[in-house]
Structures are given as structure tokens and as C-alpha cells.
Design a protein around this ligand. Structure first.
Ligand SMILES: Cc1cc2nc3c(=O)[nH]c(=O)nc-3n(C[C@H](O)[C@H](O)[C@H](O)COP(=O)(O)O)c2cc1C
Length: 354
């Protein structure tokens, strides 16, 4: 079975370079995107011996959802650019792997269709919905109701995008909207019958904690904030009653030169002190990365680009193989660290010598 890096190679060969660069690219000089990966590599695992187990249990419970491993599918836009089956392929693979898929609001498949495909695989689909809160609250409410009706179990509000990041690869290609025949299906017909163009997703710098309070009274679903990096914001989030945080820098696609997520995690974990679960995404490519994130305080990690590489390389089967590969690597890492479950991964198993 191929590693994530090999899937990326295949995806790069298969994809139109414009779409490859949309998936691979990041903001500015892409310093943060690189450091997400490099910072994982710089950290060492310091394993324990003579205390492991032949039977390892990777399952986790997270905000009322159950996953067979602490490895989730992070929300990414436009899966039909990677493969004609798009989000339907991704969700089938994620549900077969028995894990959580966070479906992007900017999906090229409607959330109802994603949910229906999930239900064909499992009676208890673990789908969460990622939301860009819109300053037009009626519009935001309509999309939340749609996600609720589709049966999602949590809302992930992305808060690192008051404006869109500057991605120079996209600028060079002039890539700013979907090709003909593809739209952001979750926006279709929500606002006066507009067809669902990407530019209808309003990024708003006016969003504030009041909008989170508004969302909390609107829905009974657990709310996670995605894109929190400052420990003070993590404290504020807990005070505002959010159910969980995703420590994320959007894969380096928003503000360049923010820290790698694995470097930001310990301070956030300290600030939150176990009050809410933390999920980390950004740069997770190997089972050893998963172990480091869990040891430093995450309950689970999200995979962004690796899932897209699997999808572009081989559709549903490719996503399935990426998820199984990272699962298998993580299990192997647990064994080599003398751990029997994610809970055995403690901060003393990670060191920085450089
Ligand atoms: C092509 C692409 C599209 C993305 N689209 C979204 C999105 O629609 N909403 C969102 O909250 N994050 C989005 N993200 C960010 C991911 O959720 C995640 O934070 C990031 O990909 C994690 O880093 P990784 O790609 O190194 O795993 C996107 C990332 C990529 C690469």
C-alpha cells in the first residue's frame, strides 16, 4: 500500500496542473504550509519499552460521535475537481473506514446527497458540517437547517477566514471559480434561486463572538471552531460554550507565516486544560504525526490534502487506501511506542532535540 507521498505523486500526474496547484497551494510564500510538515518531522518520538499490547484499540468517542480511529476527514472544497465522483466517493470511503467526515460547505455535492450516500454504507453516519458563517443571518440559518435536516452531528465553524487567503498559484493560473457544470451545491437556490457560485460564499471580517452566541441559540448541534491558534481565543471559545476546537491554520492557505499547528498545539492544550476536545489538522502525513499530535494534547487529527490525493489518484478506492494506510501506520507507531490505545500517548513521548 502506498504512502501519502506516493499518492500525491500519482495525483500530480493525473490532475490538471491548475487543479493540482489549487489543492497543493497555500498562501503567500507557503511558509506555513511547509512548516506544518517540517515541524512534525523535527519532533522526535521517545518510545517506552516492555509495556505494549498485542491488542490495540484505536477507537475514539468525540462529541457524541464514534470513530474507529482518531483520524478524521478534514473539510476540503470542490472534490469534483479531483475526481468525477467527488464528495460521494470521499464519503463512501470515510464511512467504510468508520470515521468522521467533515463535509465542506463549499462541496461540489449537496449535503443531502452526501448524507444519502453515507447511509448506504452505514446506518449511523458520522457526518459533521463545516460552515462559513454568513453575515446574512437568514442565509446562515437556512444552511444550518439544511445541514440539520441532512442529519449531521456537529457544526464546524471556520473562523480563520475573515477574508480569503492570497494564493499565488491560483492567481497565476487565473483560477477563481469552478468550471462550467460544477457549482457549490449547498448554496444552490438558497438565496433567490442563485446558482451557487463560489463568490456567493461571503468571507466577512465583521463576524464576532456574538455570531457564535447567535449560532448557539439557533441549533442544538455541538459547535466546533476551526482555525484557532491564539491561546486567548481558545479560552474565549470555551467561555462562549463551544464544544470543541480544531487547531488549524487552514493548511497554510490563509495567513502565511502563522505557526505550524503541531507547534501551536501545546499552548492551546494548556489554555483549554481539557475543558473541550482538540482536533489538529495541517501537515499530518504519517502515523507518527498522528501519534505526536495525540501525545501533545489532540483527541484526533484531520487529513486535508492526503484525502484529496487519494481521491484524485483512484476515487473512492484511493481515499479508502489513504485512510487505511495512515490507520495502519498509526497502529504500528502505537506498538513501537509501547502504547495500546490513543490514551497511552502522553507528552513525555515527544521531544524536541533541535
Ligand atoms: C484544497 C483545499 C480546500 C480546502 N477547503 C476548505 C473548506 O472549504 N473549509 C475549511 O474549513 N477548510 C478547508 N481547507 C482546509 C482543511 O480543512 C484543513 O485545515 C487543511 O487542509 C489541513 O492541512 P493538510 O492539507 O496539510 O492536511 C481546505 C484545504 C485544502 C487543501
Amino acid at each position: 500500500m502506498s504512502s501519502v507521498a506516493e499518492f500525491e505523486e500519482t495525483a500530480r500526474e493525473r490532475l490538471d496542473p491548475v487543479y493540482y496547484d489549487f489543492f497543493a497551494g497555500a498562501a503567500g510564500d507557503e511558509i506555513t504550509a511547509r512548516s506544518n510538515v517540517d515541524s512534525f518531522a523535527r519532533l522526535c518520538l521517545l518510545p517506552r519499552v516492555l509495556r505494549g499490547s498485542d491488542k490495540r484499540d484505536l477507537t475514539i468517542e468525540l462529541l457524541g460521535s464514534r470513530a474507529s480511529m482518531p483520524i478524521l476527514v478534514a473539510p476540503t472544497a470542490f472534490h469534483r475537481l479531483a475526481h468525477p465522483d467527488g464528495e460521494l466517493a470521499t464519503v463512501r470511503a470515510a464511512m467504510a473506514a468508520d470515521t468522521v467526515m467533515i463535509v465542506s460547505m463549499a462541496a461540489t455535492t449537496a449535503i443531502e446527497d452526501v448524507a444519502a450516500a453515507a447511509l448506504e454504507v452505514t446506518p449511523e453516519p458520522e457526518l459533521w458540517f463545516q460552515l462559513y458563517l454568513q453575515p446574512d443571518l437568514d442565509f446562515s440559518e437556512a444552511i444550518v437547517r439544511r445541514a440539520e435536516r441532512a442529519g449531521v452531528k456537529a457544526l464546524v465553524v471556520t473562523v480563520d477566514s475573515p477574508v480569503l487567503g492570497r494564493r499565488e498559484r491560483d492567481d497565476r493560473h487565473g483560477f477563481h471559480d469552478l468550471p462550467p457544470g460544477m457549482v457549490v451545491e449547498n448554496l444552490r437556490n438558497l438565496r433567490g434561486g442563485e446558482p451557487g457560485h463560489v463568490r456567493q460564499i461571503a468571507m466577512s471580517a465583521e463576524l464576532s463572538w456574538e455570531h457564535i452566541a447567535w449560532l448557539r441559540q439557533l441549533t442544538a448541534l455541538p459547535i466546533l471552531l476551526k482555525g484557532v491558534l491564539h491561546p486567548e481565543d481558545a479560552r474565549l471559545a470555551v467561555r462562549h460554550g463551544v464544544a470543541g476546537l480544531i487547531v488549524s491554520n487552514h493548511g497554510g492557505r490563509q495567513l502565511d507565516t502563522v505557526p505550524a499547528t503541531i507547534d501551536a498545539l501545546p499552548e492551546i492544550a494548556e489554555a483549554v486544560a481539557g475543558a473541550v476536545p482538540l482536533i489538529l489538522d495541517g501537515g499530518v502525513r504519517r502515523g507518527t504525526d498522528v501519534a505526536k499530535a495525540l501525545a501533545l494534547g489532540a483527541s484526533a487529527v484531520g487529513l486535508g490534502r492526503p484525502v484529496l490525493w487519494g481521491l484524485a489518484a483512484a476515487g473512492q478506492d484511493g481515499v479508502a487506501r489513504v485512510l487505511e494506510r495512515v490507520r495502519e501506520e498509526f497502529d504500528h507507531t502505537l506498538a513501537l511506542c509501547g502504547a495500546a490505545s490513543p490514551l497511552d500517548l502522553t507528552a513525555d513521548l515527544v521531544r524536541s532535540y533541535r
